[in-house]
Write a protein that binds this ligand. Structure first.
Ligand code: PEP
Ligand code: MN
Length: 354
């Protein structure tokens, strides 16, 4: 895997507008970005849109603009591909890297078609996560490209589309890129904070979270006139906002051999506490088992909804006193209760079988 040096030392930096709109627009943005030592200048020319009436990109003409930008500003350029025809056109135009969008990653047929069209080629390819929080689908797409012989395959975390995304356009679900890192530590993960955010005011803080988690770079949307952008106008940063973000971003050290002794001592404490938590959970499940035996004898249902409702609100209220967030406590006890119900259900089923 190539090491890429950027304006953020040891991080990968991909910046540019959501969409190429005109040659002049690309020039103004590239000119403003040229001092930042980007790895790639991004611009979409075929845009996957929810509604057919929306701006769907300038198409192939954008490739000639990108070719000129590459020469004029000594920038490497990268662009989204969704099918083999896009791949062929990009390769012919000398585009330096490709990315696969979230909607395309969702479809294994499309990813396989792209992988097949790349056989025998070497071009870095960035794979966005699928829209739905399905880690295997994301890994599958990465593997299809690796199997086609592509040596530089990167992952891009752009958040997930849930029914309720809270304040953001997409839900980050940071545990998913973290799990990808755990399973494949060698895969570099870039954070596309722009598409997670949906609003420019959240981009800097999400980018900082990505750095705090030790992710490997950023993909950011920047426009010369964000409010007039033809796509994603609310999330694109102005050149000045991008410069502020770069100046304020703190790059953390991910080297695990660098840990001072104080952390070792604290980690020992955490290990001991976790051991106690597991022992207590084991004890709790033994009691839950005993309750199941009683329910079985008396032919009572596993779920006693009033008891569950009271238990949950009591735990949430108590967690408040212990400075724990109610949401965390709710999720934790829902998980414990789910396991308890599963075990009790198994016991009751044995009764029915007899
Ligand atoms: C984009 O990068 O402009 C884009 C369309 O992103 P995504 O596929 O993540 O929605
Ligand atoms: Mn976009």
């Amino acid at each position: 895997m190539k090491t890429l040096q950027s304006g953020l030392t040891n991080k990968i930096l991909i910046v540019g507008p959501c969409s190429a709109e005109s040659k002049e627009q690309l020039r103004q943005i590239a000119s403003g970005l040229s001092k930042f030592n980007l790895n790639y200048f991004r611009a979409g020319i075929w845009k996957p849109r929810t509604m057919p009436s929306s701006f769907e990109g300038v198409g192939s003409i954008g490739l000639t603009w990108l070719k000129d930008i590459k020469k004029e500003y000594s920038l490497k350029v990268c662009c989204e591909v969704a099918n083999p025809n896009h791949v062929e056109q990009c390769l012919n135009a000398g585009i330096d890297a490709l990315w696969i969008g979230a909607r395309t990653t969702t479809n294994p047929f499309s990813v396989q078609d792209i992988a097949d069209s790349l056989k025998g080629e070497q071009i870095p390819i960035f794979v966005k996560n699928p829209l739905n929080p399905d880690l295997k689908l994301w890994i599958g797409a990465i593997e299809r490209l690796q199997k086609a012989g592509i040596e530089s395959v990167f992952a891009v975390h752009r958040g997930f589309s849930l029914t309720d995304n809270g304040i953001y356009r997409q839900t980050p679900l940071w545990q998913i890129p973290i799990e990808l890192k755990r399973i494949f530590p060698e895969i570099k993960i870039i954070s596309d904070s722009s598409h997670i955010a949906g609003k420019r005011e959240f981009v800097a803080s999400l980018s900082q979270t990505a750095m705090n988690l030790g992710l490997d770079g950023l993909m950011l949307e920047v426009h010369n006139q964000p409010d007039l952008a033809k796509t994603d106008s609310q999330q694109q940063l102005s050149l000045q906002e991008f410069e502020n973000l770069m100046n304020n971003l703190n790059i953390t050290n991910t080297d695990e051999n660098y840990l001072p002794e104080t952390i070792e001592v604290l980690r020992n404490k955490i290990d001991n506490i976790d051991k106690k938590i597991i022992e207590l959970l084991g004890e709790r499940m033994v009691v839950s088992n005993q309750i199941a035996q009683v329910k079985k004898r008396l032919n009572l249902s596993v779920l006693q909804v009033n008891r569950w409702s009271k238990l949950l609100s009591d735990r949430m209220a108590y967690s408040n006193k212990k400075q724990l967030s109610e949401n965390f406590t709710k999720e934790l006890f829902e998980l414990i209760h789910k396991e308890s119900v599963r075990i009790q259900d198994e016991i009751i089923k044995k009764r029915i079988k007899k």
